[in-house]
Every structure is written in C-alpha cells, then in structure tokens.
Design a protein around this ligand. Structure first.
Ligand code: FAD
Ligand code: DHB
Length: 392
C-alpha cells in the first residue's frame, strides 16, 4: 500500500490529524492496535480548552459537543473548608472550557473518519515503523491474516506514551526531560447528578481531590492516592468516605453519592521528548509528551500539535516547502513547555507531598490564599486553564 501520511494510533491526535489532512485533500492511512470499542470506551480526559472546542466545530465534528458538551465559565478552588470561584470567562474576555468526555470526542472523530471512507485499521498487530531517514518511510502491520507494508511520504507517531514510534528513533537522537510524582489519582465515574455546575479542585490535609462530571447525570471524581495504589484496596464505601471527607465544605456542599460505574488508578508524570521529529517521523500528543492531569492539558496539547503538523504538511504538498516541517518541533515545544509548567504548578499547589513539612504546608496555603485574593493571579490561572493562544 501507499499513502501520503501514515498515522500510527487512533487516539485524539491521530484521528484529528487524519481529519485535518482529509479536509486538505491529503491521503492518510490510520493504523491502531486496539479494537474500536476499547478505543471509544477508554475513560480519560474531560476538559476541552476554548481553542479545542472552536477547532472541532470549525472542522465539522462539533455537533455532539454542541448538543451534549457542558460549557463552564468558572472553576472552584477549595481549601480550609471553603470554595472560591474563579470566573474564567470574565477574566479572559469571554473564554471558557467545555466538559465533554474524551471518549465522545474519539467517537465523533471515528464517525467522521468512517464517513470519509479513508482507511482506518483497528486491531492491527505487530505495528512497526522503519526507514525513517529515507524519503519513503514504512509502516508494517498485520491485520487479520494479512501482513501489510505501507509506504509513506511521512509518518505521524500518534501512538501515545506506550507506543512504538518514539522507541523506534535511534538512541542518542532524543533528549528526555522527565519528572515523576510520589502520588497518583484514583478516578471514578458515578451514577449521580453533579452537585455543582462547575469543577471543584480541593486542597485537603488528607490529599488532593477533584470534582468533575461527564453529563447532567454522571459525576467524575478523583482522589490523590499513593503511586501504584492497588485499586483492590479501595472498596466503593471507602472511596465515598474519603471523597466526602476531603470535599465537603463548611457550608455543607458535597458531591452527590451514587453507584460507582468505573474506577481506576493513574500514575502522574511530566515527560518531554525533544525534538518531536526524526527524519520523516513526526511525534504528536502523548507520544512526545505527558503532563500530570491536574491542569487538564494532555488532550488539548495533542490537538494543538496536530494543528501545527497539518499546516506544515499542507504547506509541503501545496508548495514543496519543508520550512514549516523543519519548524514543527520548535513551534510545538514552546506551547508544550508552557503547559508543562502550568500542570506542574497546579499539581504542586494542590497535592500533599508525602514528606511535606509544616513550612511547606503553610506556603501552599499562602499560595492558595494569594491566588483567590489577587485578580492578577486568578487571571494568570484562568488564561492558562482556558488555553493560551496558538503562536505560530
Ligand atoms: P492516546 O489517547 O494515548 O492515543 C494513542 C493511540 O495509539 C491509542 O488509541 C493506542 O491504543 C494507540 N497505540 C498505542 N500503541 C500502538 C501501536 N503500537 N500501534 C498502533 N496504535 C497504537 N487531558 C486533557 O486535556 N484534559 C483532561 O481533563 C485530562 N484528564 C485525564 C485524566 C486521566 C485519568 C488520564 C489518564 C488522562 C487525562 N488527560 C487529560 C490526558 C489525555 O487523555 C491524553 O493526553 C490524550 O489521550 C492524548 O491523546 P493521544 O492521541 O496523543 O494519545
Ligand atoms: C478532568 C480531568 C482532569 O485532569 C482535570 O484537571 C479536570 C477534569 C475530568 O476527567 O473531568
């Protein structure tokens, strides 16, 4: 087989890139190693920046988002038993975030892909990328009983943190910047109407907690737990007891309790591989970088990477110029590092470190007190949370 751009991975990055390139008449084949149900049902991100929302609407995949997305103009920061609202829309000239599950985004993008009739292989096995330095890089994979060789002009490595593309880059090419955190998040989906219209980020002496949602009947909640915490240690009653202990505020606000539909533990990591390119392989999204989830940036960064990549590829096919492709990594990394900094800041502001001293605790409380008392500090949080402008 032959295509212009071979895309490895059908997560948000790969699917969105496929659609952006389709709209520019560029031929792609998407190769995904999981089945369609697994890819759609995987419970992950929920917060879309204003720019991501605008992008999905502009490329014709915004119908579900328009009808079922929940626009939030503000968030709450809770500490010492009180919730404080940050009015993001007022502080950013009308920008907001939208709560719409990543699995909904992925479902909408798969439907859009299927409608284009361009190839999308699920359940591909033995996926490999080769000849990255040549003018015809190759994706090999097995689908059903057939071994495929896909010759490409370019390969987009959109296969997430545990994919094959980044490890296929020869040793010594990439610089790795990494930091792990001594805690993880236990996340649940619960059959309970959200008891607040907006997210609540809670700093508590027992650890961080986050109130979010997926719809008007489903609540999504997270708890700071030790890293690699076995989920078996957390029967449903224990989860609710801890959630309520950390989140209940002195005015009596607390999440509504309901049947737990899904639960799991996620480790926290900051990671950047640079440059985000080797030869004719371009890395995008989690394949190149991971942020701790506190700032809700991962999915949005994946989207902004592929916008840059799609523009660079469009310029190449229209004019033959590789200028934008040469600049792809540098353009993306500027935004990636700002999101890294923001996610690290939100994480260290709100989590309880295992070796926290009383000095550190007082400093965190002072940071929080400063944040909710200063319009400048709230504006800084707000403009980063709704998403910094894309700078090309
Ligand atoms: P992925 O979604 O990981 O997609 C990669 C795809 O490649 C997958 O479908 C995978 O199956 C496939 N693949 C892997 N290996 C291969 C292979 N060898 N061959 C072929 N295909 C392969 N981000 C936000 O912006 N906001 C949030 O609120 C938020 N909350 C989060 C909460 C949690 C609990 C977690 C875990 C993450 C959260 N994130 C959030 C991060 C977000 O989910 C990721 O950043 C996002 O999924 C990245 O998209 P991606 O397409 O780059 O990678
Ligand atoms: C959600 C996840 C996040 O990481 C976050 O910061 C806010 C909300 C969510 O899954 O709803």
């Amino acid at each position: 087989m032959r295509t212009q751009v071979g895309i490895v991975g059908a997560g948000p990055a790969g699917l969105l890139l496929g659609h952006l390139l389709h709209l520019n008449g560029i031929d792609t084949v998407i190769v995904e190693n999981r089945d369609r149900e697994y890819v759609v049902d995987r419970v992950r991100a929920g917060v879309l920046e204003q720019g991501t929302v605008d992008l999905l609407a502009a490329i014709g995949v915004g119908a579900g988002l328009e009808s079922r997305g929940l626009r939030h103009d503000g968030i709450f920061i809770s500490f010492a038993g009180r919730r404080h609202r940050i009015d993001m829309a007022e502080l950013t000239g009308g920008k907001a975030i939208t709560v719409y599950g990543q699995n909904e985004v992925v479902r909408d993008l798969i439907d859009a892909r299927v409608a284009t009739q361009r190839p999308l292989y699920f359940d591909a096995q033995c996926v490999e990328v080769n000849a990255l330095d040549s003018s015809t890089p190759i994706v090999r994979f097995v689908h059903g009983d057939t071994a495929h060789e896909l010759q490409c002009d370019f390969i987009a490595g959109c296969d997430g943190f545990h994919g094959v593309c980044r490890p296929s880059i020869p040793e010594g090419v990439l610089s790795i910047y990494e930091r792990s955190y001594p805690f993880g998040w236990l996340g649940i989906l619960a059959e309970a109407a959200p008891s607040s219209d907006e997210l609540v980020y809670t700093y508590h002496d027992r650890g961080f907690a986050l109130f979010s949602m997926r719809s008007t009947s489903i609540t999504r909640l997270y708890l700071q737990v030790p890293p690699d915490e076995p989920i078996e240690r957390w029967p449903d009653d224990a989860i609710w007891e801890e959630m309520l202990t950390r989140m209940t505020t002195s005015d009596g606000w607390q999440p509504n309790v309901g049947r737990i539909l899904q639960k799991g533990v996620t480790p926290m990591r900051s990671f950047v591989a640079a440059p985000m390119r080797h030869g004719r392989l371009f890395l995008a999204g989690d394949a190149a970088h991971i942020v701790p989830p506190t700032g809700a940036k991962g999915l949005n960064l994946a989207a902004s990477d592929v916008v840059v990549l799609a523009r660079a590829l469009k310029a190449f096919y229209e004019t033959g110029s590789t200028d934008w492709l040469e600049q792809y990594s540098a353009i993306c990394l500027r935004r990636v590092w700002k999101a890294q900094r923001f996610s690290w800041w939100m994480t260290t502001l709100l989590h309880r470190l295992p070796d926290l001293t009383e000095f550190d605790r007082q400093r965190q409380l002072a940071d929080l007190d400063y944040l909710i008392g200063s319009r400048a500090a709230m504006t800084s949080l707000a403009e980063q949370y709704v998403g910094l402008p894309q700078d090309f």
